[in-house]
Design a protein around this ligand. Structure first.
Ligand SMILES: Nc1ncnc2c1ncn2[C@@H]1O[C@H](COP(=O)(O)OP(=O)(O)OP(=O)(O)O)[C@@H](O)[C@H]1O
Length: 231
């Protein structure tokens, strides 16, 4: 176990966002979180990262380093692609940098500044930066939000390539069920506020059983949709 949230409550004044909120993140797993807009997914990531403190409950964090990819890329506009990635870990070897840049498909763009890149390229750079930070827990808050369908799928591939190199634990927040099904080892579906986990799906084992996979994944997809529309 890398992280455990036990009966967390988070209030902003009178508004209770999270209540009795518990979850566990295992080592080397990609945990996807899906939930209604405004239910508190970013709040939950901010508590995990230490940007916010919970009002009640406790957090057990066994990770040494946490990396955070936000909805927007937050690159330094005055630094090149290479520098943006390198700056978070100046011990990275040239070979490692080359591999990271290659895995996100930015070879040849090392000396470009963010303003000269498309949104997808900037987000790929932000993801390579997050992986260069050598974190054992990576938080991703709808990182592909602004991208079209094709780009999303190529980003998933890039992300899985990077994850294969590092095998860290990832909490990946998304509104896209297909994204969660392709990436996740487990998927948690959250309720409306006050927010709790209402459903959990184990996907990892399914990925090994190829013959059953598509049918069961479709069933899970439908169950997630019905959880979300009931709210
Ligand atoms: N610092 C804050 N002060 C007051 N209220 C806040 C603060 N941060 C978040 N909230 C409120 O908490 C609720 C949950 O916000 P949050 O951004 O965590 O939701 P979310 O599930 O990530 O939403 P989305 O899916 O739309 O990105 C919202 O109603 C928001 O207005």
């Amino acid at each position: 176990m890398v992280l455990q949230m036990n009966k967390i409550e988070k209030r902003f004044g009178e508004v209770i966002v999270l209540k009795d909120f518990s979850l566990k993140v295992n080592e080397k797993e990609i945990l996807c979180i899906i939930g209604p807009s405004g239910c508190g997914k970013s709040t939950m990531l901010n508590i995990v990262s230490g940007c916010l403190s919970p009002s009640k409950g406790n957090l057990v964090n066994k990770s040494k380093n946490i990396s955070y990819v936000f909805q927007e890329d937050r690159l330094l506009s005055w630094k090149t692609v290479y520098e943006n990635i390198y700056i978070v870990n100046k011990k990275a070897s040239k070979e490692h940098m080359k591999l990271l840049i290659e895995q996100v498909g930015l070879t040849g763009f090392e000396n470009y500044y963010p303003l000269k890149l498309s949104g997808g390229m900037r987000q790929r750079c932000a993801i390579a930066r997050a992986f260069n930070y050598e974190a054992d827990l990576l938080l991703m808050d709808e990182p592909f939000k602004s991208l079209d369908y094709n780009l999303r799928f190529s980003m998933i591939e890039h992300l899985l390539n990077l994850w294969e190199m590092k095998k860290n634990s990832i909490i990946f927040v998304t509104h896209e069920i297909d994204e969660a099904l392709l990436l996740g080892d487990r998927i948690l579906v959250l309720s409306n506020r006050p927010t709790k986990v209402i459903k959990e799906f184990e996907i990892k084992k399914l990925k090994r059983k190829r013959s059953l996979r598509d049918e069961i994944l479709m069933r899970i997809r439908n169950e997630i949709v019905s959880c979300l529309v009931k709210q």
